[in-house]
Write a protein that binds this ligand. Structure first.
Ligand code: THG
Length: 409
């Protein structure tokens, strides 16, 4: 036994050698001969990476591309989701999360802030339901609320390593430090908004100033791991017709570059759909704006973003004329950029209205059995009622439906 242990010692793998039932003083004496000059195992230095998780790990390093955070499970950001929560249709509300997973979301943002809802109660209910769906529970969760008690209630439900969205210096340093310490204790990462006692940062300088101050407080006073800090330097609406807003996207892109250079290991995120609020109702233009913005922001170092994952346009597929107009607005390239894009948006809208109806989910055109399989496998309850009525006509006994198409699925 002693020579066997010696092999491990030589490879530097061993911390402690001892005996168990069956080892006698003679064994221990033989071991101690071998280990006289041995050195204990030296643990390798952990590499500093942002590590998040649900049931699966999401480790961010040089090989990770931009990380999509699903925005749709937000009562303030989706009329449909808000209605489902208000009506307590949780099964269907879960399918909103499921759709985002299928659409490519790698993190799920959940927000229940609504004056008509008990946000804390809804957060706890929904997070617990999400935890029971394997595809959804695989992902890290971003608890999104402006209320600390909601964030903390959320943290208590979550397994793995989640993200708190968000804290800021809005109310000064004391609550900021206190909340950050609690988040560290819970083992979560944190989104820090560029907001302080004076308000929301809307220039490049203000963004830098607040991010630097928050970073210093977190890394020195709180001892927060720098790789668990995610800055959100405010993606604000552009193309609003107000001149002061024209440089918002550029400022965000520039502060992103600055954060990556000056605040080691910190990550950069943002709510991408905010950018196009003034083009609400025109998704083609909105998606083109998001694609152009992300194209430049990711090059500047943006690591992750809250997006509608199923609706991400590809930069290279934007029609050339639209691309030029959108790029003029996003990059603030000419004073009449907004007017020109509005004109184009009207034109696109008119074309749409004279066109045919939007295409529905194509899997709904498949035969009955395949639709049942799809619903079952993906956990989509929305069409079960109509499909089961059809199945009851086709199959003689209800049990046959279970034993055949459902079991096959
Ligand atoms: N930073 C951080 N967190 C955030 C934001 C941010 N959380 C919320 C928000 N901003 C990001 N989420 C959304 C979600 C949806 C939309 C915008 C931002 C959105 N929704 C459609 C709209 O309003 O037109 C809704 C359409 C519908 O009802 O389906 O655009 O910046 N840290």
């Amino acid at each position: 036994m002693a020579p066997k242990i010696f092999q491990y010692l030589n490879q530097g793998l061993v911390n402690i050698v001892g005996g168990c039932c069956g080892t006698t003083p003679e064994h221990i004496r033989a071991f101690s001969e071998f280990i006289k000059d041995a050195r204990p195992h030296i643990p390798s230095k952990p590499d500093i990476k942002t590590k998040l998780s649900g049931l699966n790990a999401l480790i961010m390093d040089q090989t990770t591309n931009f990380v999509n955070i699903g925005e749709r499970t937000n009562v303030a950001g989706s009329k449909k989701f808000a209605r489902l929560i208000r009506e307590e249709k949780y099964e269907e509300a879960l399918s909103v999360a499921q759709d985002q997973v299928e659409g490519g979301a790698q993190i799920i943002d959940v927000n229940m802030d609504d004056a008509m809802l008990d946000a804390k109660k809804e957060m706890v209910t929904f997070l617990n339901l999400m935890a029971a769906e394997p595809d959804i529970a695989a992902l890290p969760v971003m608890v999104d609320s402006s209320k600390w008690e909601v964030l903390e209630a959320g943290l208590k439900c979550l397994q793995g390593k989640s993200i708190v969205n968000s804290i800021s210096l809005k109310e000064g340093e004391e609550p900021f430090v206190k909340q950050a310490s609690a988040i560290k204790e819970y083992g979560a990462a944190v989104v820090v908004m560029a907001f302080d006692e004076k308000g929301q940062a809307d220039t490049l300088e203000r963004r830098k100033e607040i991010c630097q101050r928050a970073y210093n407080l977190l890394t020195t006073k709180v001892g927060f791991p720098a790789e668990d800090i995610i800055f959100d330097p405010n993606i604000l609406a552009i193309g609003t017709g107000i001149e002061e807003h024209n440089n918002y996207a550029i400022d965000y892109i520039n502060v992103t570059k600055w954060i990556k250079e000056h605040l080691p290991h910190a990550k950069v995120s943002g709510g991408v759909s905010n950018l196009s609020f003034s083009f609400r109702g025109n998704n083609q233009v909105r998606e083109a704006m998001h694609a152009v913005f992300l194209y430049h922001a990711i090059q500047a170092g943006m690591d992750m973003g809250i997006v509608n994952p199923g609706m991400l346009q590809i930069y290279d597929e934007i029609p050339a004329d639209l691309l030029e107009l959108v790029e003029d607005v996003v990059l603030n390239r000419r004073p009449d950029a907004t007017e020109r894009l509005i004109e184009k948006a009207e034109e696109i809208k008119d074309q749409k209205e004279s066109g045919t109806a939007v295409k529905k989910d194509s899997w709904r055109d498949n035969p009955l059995e395949e639709r049942l399989h799809h619903s079952l496998i993906k956990g989509i309850p929305d069409f079960l009622e109509e499909d089961l009525v059809e199945a009851r006509e086709k199959y003689e006994f209800a049990l046959d439906i279970i034993e055949q198409p459902l079991m096959d699925g």
